[in-house]
Design a protein around this ligand. Structure first.
Ligand code: FAD
Length: 424
């Protein structure tokens, strides 16, 4: 594996990486305090592969936990990949060393059996941890490839109850983490790679370690699909969003673009007409996958304009930290132009993070977990003892922080009940 950096970035390759499925990187900023003035990672780590898979793509400004003066983030890459570290403007003057710590292939088995492991540190996982922690279950939370989940990549959250002026997404998540830790939760920067749910206790493979647990809460969310342009990633929360319900209000009176051609793009575009002065729907092909009724509804709307055979090449406004427009290209004529919009919404779907459970539990046709009575996981319709799911991984309808947190609470209460009935 080779590493390369942006123009002002020095990267030292510490080790050659052998055939390991998971790496952890420690990013050591030279000017630590300065760079972390606002506790954000000002670097963008980008993993390129022929078919870009969002799960392998960490390319965001994001709050990171800082342990021993290191920022740790598990990076899932295959040995043949190239990894580029792209500094943002703010980081350009600082030197970083990137230390790659390969996971060994010898699995180490932990000697104790946990009461509860929670997969995911988004608002559903952390709410589950708060409840379970207060019941003395000392849950282990695996932070996964998106520590803090989706709220950690957004800016102002105005619809989470209790914050009349709104709260920054990363701050809300940080508060939840502190609250969970206060009641004995252990947070670990780790990613689940395999699981055996038929074993009792349940067997989880986490990097090089095997962890046994009596119960499991899957709160692994569904990652939004992005275009994966560096400028797009830099502007998430600053005019780029994948959640119309969450951020539509901020687009009030502004011209916006929606990317996509399926039902979710049409739904987003129609919803956003309530706020935006104009909605331009951009689709890379000339063919829209949306159902005829949704397509007709969008086409009939006076505020929606369709741009087919068009791709976005760059989101403008990175320096200003605010979307100023899109550089677009017609894929047929090759002509480039600037579309003056103030917001870009992605409507190209989500990737449910339940791949590790395929064949072990009931999933729907898109890979979301099908639950019974809200949070019980099942196999062929039969409840899987001790296995629960909450948040966006089992809810493709509401996808909100409060609903995710609510189901996290429900899952934790079910765990308590299960452990009471089956003995700890
Ligand atoms: C840009 C944006 C803005 C938003 N704004 C708002 C808003 O203003 N208000 C609102 O209510 N909602 C908002 N949402 C929606 C809200 O963020 C989600 O509904 C919520 O985060 C779902 O929480 P979750 O815990 O289910 O999943 P997520 O937040 O997606 O968290 C999933 C967690 O699982 C972990 N994980 C995944 N796979 C593994 C694995 N194999 N091993 C270990 N861990 C794993 C990830 O690392 C992550 O920590 C927004 C979403 C986006 C994308």
């Amino acid at each position: 594996m080779w590493l390369s950096g942006g123009s002002n970035l020095r990267i030292k390759v510490e080790e050659r990486i052998d055939a390991v499925p998971q790496l952890r990187f420690n990013l050591l900023p030279a000017a630590f305090e300065h760079v972390h003035g606002d506790a954000r990672l000002f670097a963008v780590l980008q993993s390129h592969r022929r078919i870009v898979n969002l799960r392998n793509f960490i390319c965001r400004k994001q709050t990171h936990s800082i342990h021993h003066h290191k920022i740790c983030h598990p990076l899932i890459v295959s040995p043949s990949e190239n990894v580029h570290l792209v500094p943002s403007r703010s980081a350009a003057t600082h030197a970083f060393t990137l230390e790659l710590v390969p996971m060994t292939s010898d699995l180490k088995s932990s000697s104790t059996t946990r009461d509860l492991v929670i997969l995911g540190s988004g608002c559903s996982g952390l709410t589950a941890a708060i409840y379970a922690g207060r019941s003395n279950l000392n849950p282990l939370v695996l932070e996964g490839h998106e520590p803090g989940g989706q709220l950690s990549i957004t800016t102002l959250v105005e619809n989470f109850p209790g914050w009349p002026e709104g709260i920054q997404g990363p701050e809300l998540i940080e508060n939840m983490k502190k609250q969970a830790q206060r009641f004995g939760t252990e947070l670990r920067m780790a990613h689940l790679t395999a699981a055996d749910l038929s074993a009792h206790p349940i067997r989880l493979t986490i990097g090089a370690e095997v962890v046994h647990t009596r119960t499991l809460i899957i709160a692994s969310g569904a990652s939004a699909r992005w275009l994966n342009l560096p400028s797009e990633q830099a502007l998430i929360g600053h005019g780029v969003s994948s959640c119309a319900t969450c951020d539509g209000f901020f687009a009030s009176g502004k011209p916006i673009a929606v990317i996509g051609g399926g039902d979710s793009a049409m739904e987003e575009a129609l919803f956003l007409t309530r706020f935006a002065s104009k909605v331009t729907l951009i689709n890379r092909t000339g063919k829209f996958r949306a159902s005829p009724i949704m397509l007709e509804r969008a086409q009939a709307h006076e505020k929606i304009e369709f741009l087919a055979n068009t791709i976005v090449e760059e989101v403008l406004g990175v320096e200003e930290k605010d979307v100023k427009g899109l550089r677009i290209k017609n894929t047929v004529s090759g002509v480039e132009s600037i579309l003056p919009v103030s917001f870009m919404f992605l409507g190209i779907g989500h990737i449910p993070n339940a791949q590790a459970f395929r064949g072990m539990m009931d999933l729907d046709e898109d890979g979301y977990i099908l639950t019974k009575n809200d949070v019980y996981c099942t196999l062929n319709g039969e409840v899987l003892p001790g296995v629960y799911a909450c948040g966006d991984i089992q809810d493709r309808r509401y996808r909100q922080a409060i609903t995710a947190a609510g189901s996290g609470c429900m899952a934790a209460l079910e765990v308590e009940k299960y452990l009471e009935e089956h003995g700890r």
